[in-house]
Ligand binder design. Sequence first.
Ligand SMILES: [Zn+2]
Length: 242
Amino acid sequence: MEETKGNIHPLSRTMDEIVRIFTDMGFEIALGPEMENEYYNFDALNFPKNHPARDMQDTFWLKGVKETVLRTHTSNAQVRFMEKNKPPLRIVVPGKVFRHEATDATHETQFHQIEGLVVGENVTLPNLKATLETFFKKLFGDDVKMRMRPSFFPFVEPGVEIDISCFLCGGSGCSVCKKSGWIEVMGAGMVHPNVLIAGGIDPRKYAGFAFGMGVDRLVMVKYGIEDVRLIYSGDLRLVNQF
Ligand SMILES: [Zn+2]
C-alpha cells in the first residue's frame, strides 16, 4: 500500500516564509482580532466616515453586534499595538481578512494579508524602500527588482504602490504579468500623523512606515495556481502537488 504523507499547504508555507524573513530582520509578530470594531478597522486609520470601503457592499457587518465588522485588513492591529507599546516599534501582522464581494478566479471573500509597521525617530521613505528591497531579495532572489508608484490609502501620506519584476519571465513580459514585466504586490507608505495620534504617539517626534501585502496573490503567481478559490477548496490534489 502506498504511504500517505502530510503536506504543508502552499499558503501556510508562504505565510511562514514571509514572517520568518521579517523576524530575521528584527520584526516582532503581532496579531489583531478577526472580528473587529469599526474604530480600529476604519476610524483610527483615518478613513473618513463616508469612505466607500465602509459600505455594506464591501465589508461584512455583523448582525446584531453594533459597529462590528469582519476586519477588511490586518492594518486593524496598528493602532491596537501602538496603544500598548512605545516606539521604536517593528511588527508584522499575519492573518485572515474578509471582503464582501462576489467570488471569481481572482476574488475571494476571505484572503490572507501580512501587514508591517515600523515607528521610530527619523524613519523615512528611503528606510521603507531599503526594508522592502531586502525582503523581496530574500523571498525571490537577488535578481528581483522593485519599483514604487504614487498611490493613495487613507492611513498613509504619502502612499505608494509596490511592484516587483515578474519572477516568471524576469521582466520580459508573460501572461502572469500581463506583458508588463511587473507584478503589483503591495500597498505602503509613511504612516499618516492622524494614525500615530490615534495610537498615542507624537507625530512631531516620531514617524513611521507601513506596508501590506496580499499573500494569496503571491502564492498564486509563485505556484502557478490560476483560480484563487482553489486555495480554500481543501482539495488535496492541490496540496499534494507541492
Ligand atoms: Zn512576466
